[in-house]
Design a protein around this ligand. Sequence first.
Ligand SMILES: [Zn+2]
Length: 461
Amino acid sequence: MLRLHDTATGETRPLELRDPGRVSMYVCGPTVYDVPHIGHGRFVLVFDVLRRYLEFRGLGVRYVSNVTDIDDKIITRANAEGRSGAAVAQEYEAVWWEAVDGLGVKRPTETPHATEYVEGMVALVASLEERGAAYETSDGVYLSVAAVDGYGLLAHQSLDSLRSGARVEPGEEKRSPLDFALWKRAKPGEPSWPSPWGSGRPGWHTECVVMSLDLLGEGFDLHGGGIDLAFPHHENERAQAVAMGRAFARHWAHNGWVVVEGEKMSKSLGNFTSLSDLLDRTDGRAYRLLVLRSHYRSPVEVTPRTVADAEEALVRLDGLARRFDLGAAEPGDLDEAGARAAGVDAAALERFVGQMDDDLDTPGALAAIFDLVRRANAAADGHDDEAGRHLARTAQVLAGALGLALAAGEHEIDANSASLVARRDAARAARDWALADQLRDALAARGWVVEDGPDGTRLHR
Ligand SMILES: [Zn+2]
């Protein structure tokens, strides 16, 4: 059984399932007001790998990840650009899925949108108020954290110590600096929904607790996200469930930071790096490899050097597929039982599962895969092609369990390159030569020789 670190207990412990054989997991998705950055890319990859690995072990996974399509940041952008919040959200949600697809991430089984659940959120806020856990002010409704037993669990701090580090801003009517908005009364011109407290919109923390409990039910198995969400966002989700007397997530998993040039990545530091830009420069599979080379709870350093290292490792994997003519296989086409039935190398499979069961030790799992690559090549160098092919196929199956497809054909065009080709053809049709040249350079940087054929852009290696 998979043992996973639990942020709530601080211990690595078995992921015990509410319903045997079935996993229910919720991961906080994006607020769609801007392009995604490489930190978003990390969390979607980490939880995609967790989901794929659980499926590889033969479990059914219901994976819910929300889209926050109403938020202060969306409204700010909409007002600045003179358009509706819905238009902003729609545009950036499309950008989000394009980038996520470029990483080869499987779509969650459900992607609820906040605006579809407002009624449920109003009902939750009303119940919290009835129970005396929430109170109204002139600008909305707040949760009183004093009403919540064990507030601060995910921060590993007591209410008192958290309170001493926070303060009420001038003009705020909160009873405690830690109290948070459940409902925000609308200012003129803002998108709003009716409620007993006047028209307004739900707070972010209310959205996730309503959607996760509605879709996955009480006591669902796992709640995840980036470590920056553990406090206050996840703590505040949990606080609402506790105040309602409802069982919330049984296990909490959080991934570490992305570090750019030695500093925690953030927009304010000016080292913000867009995921789309990264995917224009490199194969999405290389970023997956880069992320998996660090343990999910450790920081990942993204620099030209770590990207180049990951690309080099990818070349070795693709080279293996070519050498043994493995053919294209959808990653995850075989689960563990299927892999055994297909007769993959049992010792390697055992080692891989042992590493992954140990708190998702992907660096160890990759080491097992690259050990197979080395042994497969050594066998073929010694003219034992059959043994080599067997080891190579095992490597392909195990890489697939991590969501990594091996590109077998030299001329196979990956999804990101194909999208660059489509954009370049569109730019040429629109006679936008500068953009067409820019996209040609982007393709060249990915190792393609670009030609203009009668029916558009053609690629060669
Ligand atoms: Zn959330």
